[in-house]
Design a protein around this ligand. Structure first.
Ligand code: NAD
Length: 356
């Protein structure tokens, strides 16, 4: 099984080493052979080829089973024109792979409750919410423009969804809910927006094929509130591009640390792109300070969604929980009375816990 590694910039290479370490251990444990190929993306690609997403990287990724991406970006490339900046490589690879669904779990391990901004009683035994965001449609891709002068000057961005786009993301939402707590919350603004009314109609139609999954609908303003008031009520959330963008950041912050949040981007042909949600953190790059757990849990998602290794994915999550139970913390989640470790040692500890 070919896996492409795109380390990128800043702490990207530091955490990619740990992601590969986990894949190696899982491969050994389950007797599966992974074949790795390294590709250039972001600032490092600009330095070496003049472009943030070389054609060679795209070809390599299309010919693989899954891709792990570290992070891209840094001051050095901030003055380049938009289409030549590292972030253009990120958008470009998502587009080239046709990934239309972004999965962002907000997992709060009970051991890290004090890192959350919410009160302990609201968090119960920790959190595990999966947010599924539509990634290639809606207002970010609809018609946009600007015209007129003075007080008549106006600008617009059109929120547009086709039935086909809603159907495919709804199917994915129901399937994911089926593999978890069998509860799907579809979030829209159907009291005001026509596009949301179509969204709700289509989701209800698709629901007929998934009678074993409990479906409810919620307006986005209420959802933003409910995430803070009673996050325990959510299992899987499916929503459009812009609402998902905002709500997944909100939910992520319930877990307290940027270093703990993995993500997956999926399309129809199962090639998945897996990456931590944090950036390249140039301030701590190469200092053995980055928390590798977001990357390690992105590997768990890869095992689950692209490599059909559900049991191995569970092993990874359990290993992360065990290492936290033993009191090991990277600097970003460090608390009094715990043992501080660096990026590499945290990777080693999780790897060791997987084989135990
Ligand atoms: P950032 O996520 O890189 O860092 C924000 C803060 O969180 C920093 O203090 C950093 O040290 C800390 N941090 C981030 N990840 C951490 C980890 N794993 N362990 C411990 N601490 C961690 O965001 P930023 O500073 O706004 O952006 C830096 C660069 O990253 C910019 O060039 C930005 O464009 C880019 N960026 C890339 C991605 C991506 O590749 N997906 C996402 C966001 C930002």
């Amino acid at each position: 099984m070919k896996i492409v590694l795109l380390p990128g910039d800043g702490i990207g290479p530091d955490i990619t080493v740990q992601a590969k370490k986990i894949l190696d251990i899982v491969g050994d444990k389950y007797d599966r052979k992974f074949q790795y190929e390294y590709g250039l993306l972001g600032g490092v690609a600009i330095d070496k080829t003049g472009h943030p997403l070389p054609d060679e990287t795209v070809e390599m990724c299309k010919d693989s089973k899954a891709i792990f991406l570290g992070a891209v970006g840094g001051d050095k490339w901030d003055t380049l024109p938009g289409h030549l900046r590292p972030e253009a490589g990120l958008l470009g690879i998502r587009k080239a792979l046709g990934v239309y669904a972004n999965l962002r779990p907000a997992i709060l391990f009970p051991q890290l409750k004090s890192a959350s901004t919410l009160k302990e009683e609201v968090l119960g035994d920790g959190l595990n919410i999966m947010i599924l965001r539509e990634l290639t449609g809606g207002i970010y891709f609809g018609d946009k423009g600007r015209e007129g002068q003075g007080m008549e000057e106006s600008a617009w961005d059109v929120e547009i969804y086709t039935r086909a786009e809603i159907e495919r993301i709804a199917h994915m939402g129901f399937k994911i809910a089926r593999s978890r707590g069998r509860k799907l919350t579809s979030i829209d603004k159907a009291n005001v927006l026509e596009s949301s009314r179509l969204w709700r109609t289509v989701v209800k139609e698709v629901a007929k094929e998934y009678k074993d999954v409990e479906l409810n609908h919620m307006y986005v303003d209420n959802a933003a509130m409910q995430l803070l008031r009673n996050p325990q009520q959510f299992d899987v959330i499916v929503t459009n591009n812009i609402f998902g963008d905002i709500l997944s950041d909100e939910a992520g912050m319930l877990t307290g640390s940027l270093g703990m949040l993995p993500s997956a981007s999926l399309g129809d042909d199962n090639i998945g792109l897996y990456e931590p949600i944090h950036g390249s953190a140039p301030d701590i790059a190469g200092k053995d300070m980055a928390n590798p757990l977001a990357s390690i849990m992105s590997v768990a998602m890869m095992l689950e969604y692209s490599l059909d290794m559900q049991k191995a994915a569970e092993d990874v999550y359990t290993a992360v929980g065990n290492v936290l139970d033993e009191g090991y913390r990277t600097v970003d989640i460090m608390e009094e009375g715990k043992t501080q470790v660096g990026t590499n040692q945290m990777g080693d500890l999780v790897a060791k816990a997987i084989v135990q």
